[in-house]
Each structure stands twice: as C-alpha cells, then as structure tokens.
Design a protein around this ligand. Structure first.
Ligand SMILES: C[S@@+](CC[C@H](N)C(=O)[O-])C[C@H]1O[C@@H](n2cnc3c(N)ncnc32)[C@H](O)[C@@H]1O
Length: 223
C-alpha cells in the first residue's frame, strides 16, 4: 500500500438500493434473494463502501452471501476479496460471485483465517453472532490482519437504545434462529486501540428500526 492511500478520506458513493442487491444476487432463488435485497432498507451499504481504500485487497470476515464484496467489485473499488463464513453462507457467496476475483473460505475458527495482511478488513454485523468468550480474541485476530496503512471497517448492531436492541434480538431469533450477544461499542473500540490501530471515524446511526454502530480504523504505516 502506498503512502498516498494512508488516511484517504471517504469517497462519494451513491446510495445502494434494494434493486442494486437484487441485480447482484440473480443466482439466488426465491425468498432468499428478496430477503437479501431488503437488507438495503436496514443497512446503508454506501456508508461502509465509502471507506474502502482504492484497489484494496479486502478480507470480509463473516461475509454472508457476499453482498458487500459483490458491491465493492461491481463498483470497481477493490482488486480482490477473500471472504470467510459458515458453509451455508459460502455456498451462496460462491454462486453470486462466480467468476469474480474472490477466494471464499468455510470456517468459524479465526485460527484458520489466512494470515494476510490485507489492505482492508471488513466485519459487518458479525460480532453479535459470536459467542461471548470468543468475541475478544475474534476482534484481535481481525485487527491483526490489517496491514500497515490498511483499514478496518467494523460495524455491528448497537446494544442501545434498549427497545431497538430488543427488537433486533427478536429479528435475529426469527431470521437467524440465534440468541445474540451484543458486543458493546466501548469494548470494540478498546480492542481496536489495543491492537495498535488508530480510530479515524466513529458513528452511531439509525435506519428504520435498527441502530448501527460503525468504527473505521487504520494501522499506521510506521508500525
Ligand atoms: C448478519 S450476517 C452478516 C453477513 C454479512 N457480513 C452482511 O453484512 O451481509 C452475520 C454473518 O456472520 C456469520 N458468522 C457468525 N459467526 C461467525 C464466525 N465465527 N466466523 C465466520 N462467520 C461467522 C454468519 O454465518 C452470518 O453469515
């Protein structure tokens, strides 16, 4: 990564619509495609994409069916992506991203992730699905993969205000059939700082009935 990329500010990315995701996921059948497309109403992907460094080699932890990687590739933001997730998600990602410069890996154990380093590591709405005892080492492993001058884009669902957090708990119980464990933003920030990264941007924002928390951090070149 060159010096000029270090600290590059956010790009201007147009709002991602449900129909953008619908076009991307044409290999997905029936309700799965509709559910994935509807995610645009919950999660403004452009708020994440705008922070991806130019021509980055991206590592997407808990990539799901590959929407973020697909959007980044279709917009020419990245050169290559590596995604890791459970088998069922990776099977969908393989179909959606067939022919693209991506490597898709099955696994839940962070000890088996590629060592990197990567220009950009993304982790979007994953930590609350990780068991509490594993959350801290999972965060540390993720930060470790960010190369010098590279960027971490971390987003998760907020644990407050409580009525929204409760609603999201219910959402995950129905949609993912999982009882989630929030990872508070203070802990996420502390883990990122402990790993030697510098926070560039932090925000909490609401979309519909969902509160999100986002941290963008960078590993200094001199480390
Ligand atoms: C809410 S989905 C988000 C998917 C994707 N990041 C997105 O924003 O569309 C959470 C994902 O985290 C994955 N996940 C949960 N625990 C994981 C682990 N230990 N390793 C890798 N992926 C995991 C789930 O399988 C699921 O695909």
């Amino acid at each position: 990564m060159t010096d000029s990329r270090q600290g590059a500010g956010p790009k201007d990315i147009p709002a991602i619509s449900a129909s953008d995701i619908w076009s991307l996921t044409n290999s997905m059948g029936g309700p799965g495609r509709a559910i994935q497309s509807a995610r645009a109403a919950i999660l403004p992907y452009e708020r994440l994409l705008r922070w991806i460094p130019e021509s980055a080699r991206l590592f997407d932890v808990g990539c799901g069916s590959g929407t973020l990687m697909g959007l980044a590739l279709s917009q020419g933001l990245i050169a290559h992506a590596t995604g890791v997730d459970r088998a069922a998600a990776i099977e969908k990602a393989r179909a959606i991203l067939a022919g693209e410069p991506v490597e898709l890996l099955v696994g839940e154990d962070f000890n088996l992730w590629p060592a990197g380093p990567f220009d950009c590591v993304t982790c979007i709405d994953v930590l609350h699905h990780v068991p509490p005892a594993v959350q801290a080492p999972f965060m540390a492993a993720m930060c470790q993969r960010v190369g010098a001058g590279g960027r971490l884009i971390y987003k998760d669902m907020a644990d407050k205000p409580w009525p929204y957090a409760l609603f999201n708990r219910f959402h995950d119980l129905v949609m993912a059939r999982e009882l989630i464990n929030y990872y508070p933003i203070d802990r996420a920030r502390a883990a990122i700082l402990d790993a030697g990264l510098v926070v560039e941007h932090e925000e909490q924002f609401k979309r519909g009935l969902y509160w999100h928390q986002l941290i963008v951090a960078r590993r200094p070149l001199s480390q």
